[in-house]
Design a protein around this ligand. Structure first.
Ligand code: SF4
Ligand code: SF4
Length: 157
C-alpha cells in the first residue's frame, strides 16, 4: 500500500488551535513601580535603545554608558540604585514614573506581553501577582495582533 506523505498526514489536524489570548487581553498600568524595582534585576538594552536614550538625555554615548550602563555576562543592562530601583525610576505622589518613558527600552515597552507571560493563562496569572495592571478586567484592551507583535519583537525578552 502506498504511504501517505507526512505533509498529508499533518494536514488532517487542520489549523493549530487559537491561542488562549485570541480575544485580546486587558492591561492597565497602575504605576505601582513593581516592575522597575524590587530585588536585583536587569533591564537589557540594545544598540538602538542606547542610541535613543542617550539622545533623549542629550548625552554622548560614552558619557551615557559610564553613567547608566553596566556590562554583564548576559549583555548590557541599565544600572540600578542601591535599593534595586531602576536608575530611571522616579517616585512622586505615591506613583512610580519612568523618567525616560518616551524612549524606554524594548524590554519595558513590550511588558507585559512577553513570550514567557503569554505561554498560558497560568503564566499570565503568575506574572500578574506582582503586576496589578495585568489583573485589569475593564481595559485598556490589547488585541492579539499587538500582543504577538510585542512577544515576537526580537529585542523583547
Ligand atoms: S508592575 Fe505592572 S502595574 Fe506596576 S508599574 Fe509595572 S507594569 Fe505598571
Ligand atoms: S527604564 Fe523606565 S520602565 Fe524600564 S525599568 Fe527603568 S524605570 Fe522602569
Amino acid at each position: 500500500m502506498k504511504k501517505k506523505s507526512l505533509r498529508h498526514k499533518l494536514s488532517i489536524f487542520g489549523q493549530p488551535p487559537a491561542p488562549w489570548y485570541e480575544k485580546g487581553l486587558y492591561f492597565n498600568c497602575t504605576q505601582c513601580g513593581n516592575c522597575c524595582s524590587g530585588g536585583p534585576g536587569y533591564v537589557w538594552v540594545s544598540d538602538h535603545d542606547i542610541l535613543q536614550i542617550s539622545q533623549f538625555l542629550g548625552l554622548d554615548i560614552e558619557t551615557f554608558a559610564r553613567k547608566y550602563l553596566r556590562q554583564l555576562p548576559g549583555g548590557i543592562s541599565l544600572t540600578e540604585h542601591a535599593n534595586f530601583d531602576c536608575i530611571f525610576l522616579e517616585r512622586a505622589d505615591g506613583k512610580a514614573k519612568c523618567s525616560i518613558y518616551a524612549v524606554r527600552p524594548t524590554q519595558c515597552r513590550t511588558w507585559p506581553f512577553w513570550k514567557q507571560n503569554i505561554q498560558s493563562e497560568q503564566s499570565w496569572a503568575n506574572a500578574a501577582v506582582r503586576c496589578p495592571g495585568m489583573r485589569s478586567t475593564n481595559g485598556p484592551h490589547y488585541p492579539m495582533e499587538h500582543i504577538e507583535r510585542c512577544a515576537n519583537d526580537p529585542e523583547s525578552p
